[in-house]
Design a protein around this ligand. Structure first.
Ligand SMILES: Nc1ncnc2c1ncn2[C@@H]1O[C@H](COP(=O)(O)OP(=O)(O)O)[C@@H](O)[C@H]1O
Ligand SMILES: [Mg+2]
Length: 200
């Protein structure tokens, strides 16, 4: 379960989150929309512990994987970008590759999953990089998956296939997904809008 109580967060003089409350029961899928600059990424950084809470409290139990907005690849292979040095079985790696809609592409390139992604991920497209980041999150086998505009570079069709493939995988997991297109959140049990520092 994730429980957020009276969360207030400011950058210098600018208050972005104001007494925000949110309770997410286990296995619930939550969507968050809101204008650019409304504080969605700030909220995710607080939930995932990247930012320290200033006021209020956040209780989050369970292993968490976060696909950050604009997530970058490391200058390594696709496989290494997925495992990130963790002991992950071949089966689990390939399950993540399949769910993230990477299988067809990975199998079609000469070096396959051992392909170097480039110094700044420049050997792969933006959509492929996003899907590698999603595969990385899945392969860590988290109880909680957080996606911050993680499918923004995917076309509608790939995005739909991805969500379909995730249906079974995330049955037993909790999901928080931020997206611009509301259609990308059709799978959610509940969708909130972040506006003026609160969720409504
Ligand atoms: N590191 C930072 N320092 C100062 N202001 C920031 C910082 N990060 C974000 N902001 C500001 O906080 C507000 C919320 O940003 P953000 O959480 O990224 O919104 P969203 O993800 O909804 O677009 C914006 O006005 C943004 O300019
Ligand atoms: Mg953002």
């Amino acid at each position: 379960m994730i429980q957020i109580e009276n969360l207030t967060y400011s950058y210098d003089q600018k208050t972005v989150l104001k007494n925000l409350n949110l309770t997410i029961p286990d296995r619930m899928k939550i969507g968050i929309i809101g204008e650019s600059g409304s504080g969605k990424t700030t909220l995710i950084k607080l939930i995932s512990g990247l930012y320290e809470v200033q006021q209020g409290q956040i209780i989050a139990e369970g292993k968490m994987s976060v696909v950050m907005q604009g997530n970058k690849l490391f200058p390594f292979t696709i496989r290494e970008n997925i495992t990130c040095g963790h002991e992950i079985s071949e089966n689990q790696i390939w399950e993540a590759v399949r769910i993230a809609q990477l299988e067809e592409w990975v199998k079609s390139i000469p070096d396959g999953i051992d392909t170097f992604t480039g110094v700044r991920g420049d050997n792969v497209s933006g959509g492929q990089a996003q899907r590698i980041c999603i595969a990385r999150a899945i392969a860590q086998n988290p109880q909680i998956l957080i996606l911050d505009e993680a499918t923004s570079a995917l076309d509608m069709e790939t995005s739909a296939h991805l969500i379909e493939a995730l249906q079974n995988w995330w049955k037993e997991r909790t999901v928080i997904s931020i997206a611009h297109r509301k259609e990308a959140l059709d799978f959610c049990d509940k969708i909130y809008r972040l506006e003026e520092g609160v969720l409504c």
